[in-house]
Ligand binder design. Sequence first.
Ligand code: CP
Length: 355
Amino acid sequence: MGNKNLIDLEAMSVEQIEKLVKKAKKIMQSPADYRHACDGKILATLFYEPSTRTQMSFQTAMLKLGGRTIGFDNPMNSSVAKGENLKDTICVISGYADIIAIRHPTEGTAMAASLYSEVPVINCGDGGHLHPTQTLTDIVTLSCEKGRLDNLKIGVCGDLLNGRTVHSLIKALSKYENNSFVLISTPELSVPLYIIDILEKHHCQYEISNSLADAVKDLDMLYMTRIQRERFRSPEEYEAQKNVFVLDREKLQNAKEDMIILHPLPRVNEITVDIDDDPRALYFKQAQYGMYGRMALILLLLQDEDFILSERETTVSEHRCRNPKCITQSEDYLPNLSYEKLGMQMCDFCDKRIN
Ligand code: CP
């Protein structure tokens, strides 16, 4: 079973990721060759949550391929404001566009959209859950800048609980040979247990650290993330966490000369601006690599018949998912789709346990 929806990077094999990276590099080398690759095609960007990079890089990607874009970046300017549900919006838009890129604050929304779309759906972030095209961005950057995706010591720092980019990144890089991870966060913002399960399943070495200054010493890549204010229950809880880990010049002195610093952006305070000139700071270049990665993804989804993403086997459960952040809580027509993992029933939308 397979489809053309990129909801979770787990659906892409290592070979498919490599194919995408190769295509992105070819586009970078000769962009003029792709100027008309998507003539007549339309991308819809449905952004129910703020974005600079993901939205604009997808739009730019389609424009550079010769296609056009439609969409909204504020649902209150669409019929969502009149109470239109997700299903109806998707049924209509998939009749207008050839491909849909969607971001939403609720977990599982892209998966839900894919159930009702006639065209490929790309998850551009669903709450604190997943952000697969950011990970493709990170992988293209790593491949271009380090020349490999394996044998890396990777530090991830900041909001590892709510940072969907970190979850997708660890899931993807844990599949490559001999990668090890240093998880740098406060106890309150440590990675969810299912990420630890993934590291253990792939026999990846990992350590937990509460000191960025110590952890930075022997890393090949440091992936900084912002503390996600919008996901906290109270301003006080956010204030307690916001400036715990800040990468500055002093800490960077301990790092290897060839370590690279990535950040999905936006940055708030977690990297001081005086580091931006350091040759190891690649976060702005990373955002540009993301555009090429997204051009490659659009081409593969629209034009490569063999580029089919895997689909897991699901059943309809008698139980409803109880995760308050799951899309099944607000869109009541959605079926109780679930899949089995280690003898447990997991929600197909948000990947949380439902029994
Ligand atoms: N990295 C990222 O997702 O940035 P935006 O929120 O600006 O899209």
